[in-house]
Design a protein around this ligand. Structure first.
Ligand code: URA
Length: 481
């Protein structure tokens, strides 16, 4: 008996290399004992170097894909099972995977399906919480997967939340992203995930805002968010209360819908903050953000994950206004954190503006999109949606009272100036709006969409020039105050 020791539970490269060498050397499945480093090894199995692999070795693409999924299953037999399938295919069973009733094929398919489901749950139910980190903001999420799905999903999270620093902790392993590189570390304990922080309240109120008491159906809720995942979710603490208060909330919802927006009471406090991130709940902006999280003034809330309110110091001199949150902003709940936000941040830096000093928001606070397969395709908000959301932008303008509003793109320009604006004609100069001032420029997404590098570089320089001009105008206005 020959022992193969893999480095870790999802050592795909190790398994593949060993499988290739052993199949080509004609080592039958029953002669191999598969192990993971650190596990008890078979006393009668011999650890020997892999034989030199010679000859051609082609494995069907479908079998490779099946193995890549099934190897993540928490089943100690999976390495041997997958080896047997590759062995059989190499022995001439070319249509092996088409025999769905074959016990080995069926078992591998079951494992792959279960891994796929577990991956889906991880993406859907993992919640990040903000933690203090000496190197800046970090978001930490805790999840107890059924299978070894962290590594494959870490790549997904790196793509989706590329601009943030985050860690995902599981009992068997952890993944860490520093904004540019992914690293894997040891497993963690639930106690390493803080449960008493700002983001927790955020998630709770998010869940409360998407919880529609008029459609209360505890059984459906439990299947949407299986009970065993509840303990990962800060909003789970809200579930019993939500169910108890459902009747009252239907009435409150109806009342809220009937009340004109300008009658929505805001508290008396007007606080100044210099932090980016969600507004402090006791401030007027914080209260507005809280109310906006329940906004039903148009239909966009139905599909969106959450309301994305503006963020930044309440005494900012410059307010940057975009169109609406994109895919990543919708998931994270913060404006301009996706690709357009990263481009904007770079341009701001080149223009000598510290993003932490400006207030960043959008004309429309919900993500408008069309689902297409697994993707969510951005859709431009229309007049009624911009108008329905104007109440929130108005609160932000009143509270922040910026010296200058930078209107990025046609939607922001239309929302603030109140008419269609030709960006090319009006960009880069001060536009007086009564006591307020604005400057129009392009939206950073426009730069991302440009087809060739030359026009991208040219338009980016023009964008930086507009932002530089905005900084100068804001300084002039501050000096004249
Ligand atoms: N585009 C916007 O207009 N706003 C965002 O927050 C992100 C992308």
């Amino acid at each position: 008996m020959r022992a193969v020791v893999l480095d870790h539970e999802t050592d795909w490269d190790g398994w593949r290399e060993a499988t290739r060498a052993l199949v080509l050397a004609g080592v039958p499945p029953d002669a191999i004992h598969w192990n993971v480093a650190g596990e008890a090894e078979d006393l009668y199995a011999e650890r020997a170097p892999l034989p030199d692999a010679k000859g051609s070795f082609n494995v069907l693409r479908a079998l490779v894909q099946l193995a890549q999924l099934a190897i993540q299953a928490r089943d100690p037999e999976r390495f041997a099972l997958l080896y047997r399938l590759v062995w059989r295919a190499h022995q001439g069973e070319r249509h092996l995977l088409e025999q769905a009733a074959d016990p080995e094929v069926a078992r591998a398919n079951r494992l792959a399906l279960s891994v796929r489901r577990d991956s889906h749950k991880m993406r859907a139910f993992l919640r990040f919480r903000a933690v203090d980190d000496p190197e800046g903001a970090r978001y930490v999420g805790w999840f107890e997967p059924e299978h070894y799905v962290l590594e494959a999903n870490a790549l997904f999270f790196a793509e989706r939340f590329g601009s943030l620093c985050w860690s995902v902790l599981t009992p068997y392993r952890s993944a860490h992203w520093n904004g540019s590189a992914l690293s894997l570390g040891p497993g963690a304990q639930p106690s390493q995930v803080p449960d008493d922080d700002a983001l927790e309240g955020y998630w709770r109120s998010y869940y409360a805002s998407v919880f529609n008491p008029a459609r209360l159906n505890p059984r459906a809720m439990a299947s949407e968010m299986p009970r065993k995942y509840w303990r990962n979710l800060p909003e789970a603490a809200a579930i019993p209360d939500l169910i108890r208060s459902a009747t009252g909330r239907v009435e409150a919802m109806l009342e809220q819908e009937l009340r004109p927006p300008d009658q929505m009471p805001l508290g008396p406090v007007r606080a100044r903050s210099s932090e980016t991130g969600p507004q402090a709940p006791e401030t007027r902006l914080g209260q507005a953000a809280q109310k906006a999280s329940h906004c039903r003034a148009c239909h966009l809330w139905e599909r969106a994950t959450q309301t994305v309110f503006g963020e930044g110091p309440a005494d900012a001199q410059i307010m940057l206004i975009g169109e609406q949150p994109g895919d990543q902003e919708d998931l994270i709940g913060r404006p301009f954190v996706g690709p357009a936000g990263r481009l904007m941040d770079r341009a701001l830096e080149e223009a000598g503006i510290d993003r932490r000093s400006v207030y960043v928001t959008n004309a429309v606070k919900h993500f408008k999109f069309e689902p297409r397969g697994k993707r969510r395709i951005h859709q431009k908000p229309e007049g009624p949606e911009i108008l329905a959301c104007k109440q929130w932008l108005d609160v932000e303008r009143t509270e922040v009272r910026p010296l200058l509003m930078v209107l990025m793109g046609a939607t922001a320009a239309r929302a603030v100036i109140g008419r269609a604006v030709t960006i090319g004609r009006e960009r880069g100069r001060r536009i007086a709006l009564g006591a307020e001032s604005a400057l129009v420029t392009v939206h950073p997404s426009y730069l991302l969409r440009l087809p060739d590098e030359a026009s991208k570089a040219r338009e980016y320089r023009a964008f930086v020039a507009d932002l530089t001009r905005a900084r100068e105008i804001a300084s002039e206005l501050a000096a004249a105050k």
